[in-house]
Design a protein. Sequence first.
Length: 115
Amino acid sequence: MAAHGGINLSDDGLRWEMWGEIDVAVAHEVYATLEAAGEGRKTLDMRRVTFIDSSGVRLVVLACENGPHPRVVGAPQLVRDIFEMMSFDMLVDFVDADPTEPLDDATRTGTGPRG
């Protein structure tokens, strides 16, 4: 069966490229790897995410546990809506920018505290 979503890690686990459907199957597959990711501010590129469930949200909350609030880059509106409904939008900084570019206050669009 072809993968329907996933997370690619780089930068010692500080950079997550998330794609497709981030659900319980993806969470089960990557949880231990993400839990062991390096400490520090993480950047989560969500530009290619098409769906996220509570298991996927839990992975993002995991990113909050070992460092400052993560930057969530290019999250589709459906992801932002879910985080807002769950009151988790204060745990992350949503940004609209190319994740390879340095992020500053001019590109910050979220309401979460600075990390």
